[in-house]
Design a protein around this ligand. Sequence first.
Ligand code: ATP
Ligand code: MG
Length: 284
Amino acid sequence: MKLKIAIQKSGRLNEDSIRLLKECGIEFNNGLNKLKAEAYNFPLEVFLLRDDDIPQYVEDGVADIGIVGENVLIEKSKKVKIVDHLGFGKCRLSIAIPKDKKYKSVKDLKGKRIATSYPVILDKYLKKNGVKAEIHEISGSVEIAPGIGLADAICDLVSSGSTLFTNGLKEVEVMFKSEAVLIANKGLNKEQQKILDKLMFRIHSVRKAKNTKYILLNAPNNKLDAICKILPGMKSPTILPLAKKGWSSIHSVLNENDFWDIIENLKAHGAEGILVVPIEKMII
Ligand code: ATP
Ligand code: MG
């Protein structure tokens, strides 16, 4: 029995999806133009597809699970289960207009032509805000639509905003924020669920490790109490004596988010020779 996973064949989610599986220790040969690959060391079969098709394939059970942007999932309105958010492919679905146009509120979009590849989400958004506008569905290069006179506004994915900027557009509404999600067919059998659980365990270990750093530092023994209070550790920090009398080495783990605050605090409390190293996997 193998679990079938659908991931994007090429594009913005492809690399991160493959990296995630590889970091989970799953090896497969994803050579050029391959549509299917079998993992050598995990009961997984990988399908490489257009991202638009992934929700449908997972709903139908052609693939058991898949990795896709939440934006695509919602647009396609398929009946699948979101198993987890994966922390990559972050972007927002926004409305943008030419930067010299005035804009006060979403009501200003009334009667306007809006070009988008996300007609379903846009329609819902406009209805929710009581705005009637014309939706022009186009499948790509949405950002040039105002420039060529096809539309007055666009609704498209934005991450840094540089594409909007180069096309003379400004972001006026953020409709929703998206990231890659792991989705699953709703009718997985026991065996498939077991493989998925195994995969999820690995994904969590990898993701936890990514957000965490291993830290080593030296400190005089009379500062140990204060420093240990700053460093929570998994259970508690490890303290080892240094060869130099009166000094110890402290080992612990840190959350990436609190990282700089804690480092400054440690230095202020007498820590020296601070080393911070990445963790590959973290099993708690
Ligand atoms: P496909 O050929 O598979 O249909 P695509 O051209 O539709 O690919 P990509 O542009 O590769 O899709 O984007 C895939 C996903 O990456 C998006 O649906 C979105 O979830 C995410 N993403 C992250 N940042 C951005 C961005 N700046 N612009 C577009 N998509 C982004
Ligand atoms: Mg697509």
